[in-house]
Write a protein of this length. Sequence first.
Length: 557
Amino acid sequence: MIIRETIEPGAPFRPNRDAWWRQAAVYQIYPRSFADSNGDGIGDLAGVTERVPYLKALGIDAVWLSPFYPSALIDGGYDVDDHRTVDANLGTLSDFDEMVAALRSSGIRIIIDIVPNHTSNRHEWFREALDSPPGSVARERYLFRDGLGENGQFPPADWTSIFGGSAWTAAGDGQWYLHYFAAEQPDLNWKNREVRDDFLRTLRFWADRGVDGFRIDVAHGLAKELPLELPSQAELDVMPRDGTHPLWDRDEVHDIYAEWRTVFNTYDPPRTAVAEAWVDPSRRVRYARAEGLGQAFNFDLLEADFEAESFRRIVTFNLDLAAQSGSSTTWVLSNHDVVRHATRYGLPPLAGRPDKQGREWLLSGGEVPILDSELGLRRARAATLFEFALPGSSYLFQGEELGLHEVASLPPASRQDPVFYRNPGVDIGRDGCRIPMPWTGSGPSFGFSSQAAHLPQPASFGRLSVEAQGSDAGSTLSLYRGALALRQRLQCDESLEWLQTSADAVLTFRRQNGWTSVTNFGSSPVVLPAGELLLSSAPLEQGFLPGSTTAWLITSL
């Protein structure tokens, strides 16, 4: 890796302060696995506060904090008991305020998860609903239906939960409630005005405490239209996702977000939001419009194999979508729901199904197919530099800056993801990317806690720890720190120019200020364009760019 300490590419880019998010580097923290301050084996908000100097040195612009609300952890915190307080295992509202203040003092903004599709079954509303009769005001906040059969003993439809099993659970009085995730996550009825108003209060509650933005979980699922005669699962599966589907991506969901935008715009600067919307890309722009949430996740690179033409097509397409919405696009390679990209890139390509990459490997306990961990990390470093050079926001997942791999061989008794228990032998779950961070090379949990971590860490985490990598100029951590520092200084407008290359496996693009990124997706070394080398994801070979490597240069315009 080469990093030039002083560069002068022209006047530094200064975006409007209201639009700080357009090209931000956002670091996702899964709080239970980031840092434990009190020695109970579970990460907490005070642990995040203690690690703010690390985050500042990393060079990020914002933190995205995964759910920290009271929860039974049926779904890793996405089963929320109360949307306006902190889980006692993670801290208090005062701890939250101290964390925000510490981040702010280091120039780091904060985005938090909002989970509006459902509550937990421990939420006061749902407890009231179960204690109330059919047709009551309490039940109208959720989606209850009469069961089939003489006494309502059968579910209203054969719908399948995303986590496996039925999407309906009996209330005990002939009615059933809908939950498209775990049974402990009853879906809310967003036609209900009380539900809408309560979430407006939630958004104001956190914005008033200094939150800069919100990541909206299952943003495409809020609006639902359940006909009197419910379709079968087979019928649901073939219905078009064109805004009229009974459950997903209905056009009226944007009426909800228009109300949210009105709230966001009462703040100075306006609060921002990003949609987790698994929809057809052509419909993604609706979520990213300025009159709605303002930005939407683009997961296309996350789902792609490490291959030049796929990366080029995805980038071109998504920059065009961003232009249509007036927003900026987002780039994601790893998060809390998927196999880490250092691992994905070390496994064989899946011929058009990269979204399933790693499943077979996980089910085998990490034995089949054989993981080429070195190649995977090399490609991950190259892909990350490619991503960081793109116009738009880059979203990082904690631990990727250490080159962490997915952990496949967890003991069944240690697993926490409901997917593992609801789909035995089919889906191993997402625990492997949520293993606690290693901060030191030794200790009961490599510096994460003074005790054993809530998810066991492999012995390999010691040599990948922050302590082990911090002073190593060639480490993945040093690469991230150097790249993010350069990215802040080089950032310019939101356009790029593809440059001609002599090899199909090479992608070269240039930003408006001469910042040029070259990625060799192949295995043979290639000649670099003329220019001043700033950084590379792996050492050059006699001046040539080796395979699975990205380099940044300043080239003449």
